[in-house]
Design a protein around this ligand. Structure first.
Ligand code: URA
Length: 239
């Protein structure tokens, strides 16, 4: 593929912008400046730099972000900065989208991709992917509360009670809750329906993929094949 097209596909701007970048000597491949926009290169395993930053060609982008509090998952945020402000511009340009949304005050694991099919499959709810939340609540957690969450609580506007796939008290005012749907404000509404109130919410895992300890709030990284395999590694026999 022409290097101009490669850069365009990776989010470095229009073909014209990419051509100018290349002609200005800002792109290197294997340590050499590549100033011919029409040089034809294989994309497999291609590593290049733009303004000394190293990139690897990726047909599709799959990444995880440790979402901090105070960021909205929307492209048109209303009151807070968008999560996209935490990503490099080429990723935003190539159209990565969050897979499911977290509230602005929720922290933790957020997946993003520009692969429409992948986004659809993992956010549709049909897969019943377990999402694991660490929840801090206002009032002490008792057995009545955890039992109610496991048995199913009635959410306003929902025909059927909604049950947690797993629920475990982790402290006097904290619990670990696993849900397999992705309803609006689901954890907050479930906890409220069980007679308590969420004070803070952190998503620690999706499927078998856990937020790594060394990924600080606000940091992102690419998902590798192991991460993608872990994401899909969960038990659906709870259906
Ligand atoms: N449930 C909520 O209430 N909020 C979130 O951000 C995620 C799940």
């Amino acid at each position: 593929m022409h290097i101009e097209r490669i850069l365009h596909s990776q989010g470095f701007g229009s073909r014209k912008v990419c051509r100018a970048l290349i002609r200005a000597g800002r792109v290197t491949i294997s340590g050499q400046i590549q100033d011919n926009p029409f040089a034809d290169l294989p994309t497999a395993d291609l590593v290049f730099t733009v303004d000394r930053e190293t990139w690897r060609f990726r047909d599709k982008a799959y990444l995880m972000l440790h979402k901090p509090s105070g960021y909205e998952c929307s492209r048109q945020p209303q009151f807070h900065a968008p999560v996209f402000a935490l990503l490099p511009e080429p990723l935003v340009n190539r159209g990565v989208q969050p897979i499911g949304r977290l509230d602005q005050d929720t922290t933790g694991l957020l997946l993003l991709s520009d692969d429409g099919q992948f986004i659809h499959v993992w956010s549709s709810g049909r897969k019943r992917v377990p999402k694991i939340y660490e929840v801090a609540v206002r009032h002490p957690v008792n057995e009545t509360m955890t039992e109610a969450l496991l048995a199913g609580v009635q959410l306003h506007d929902d025909p059927e009670p909604v049950a947690a796939a797993a629920c475990e008290r982790t402290g006097e005012r904290s619990l670990k809750l696993t849900i397999t749907e992705g309803k609006y404000h689901q954890v907050k509404r479930m906890v409220a329906a069980a007679g308590n109130r969420v004070e803070s919410l952190h998503r620690s895992g999706i499927g078998g993929l856990m937020l790594p300890d060394d990924l600080a709030p606000g940091q992102w990284r690419w998902l590798d094949d192991g991460d993608l395999a872990r994401l899909a590694d969960f038990d659906t026999t709870t259906d």
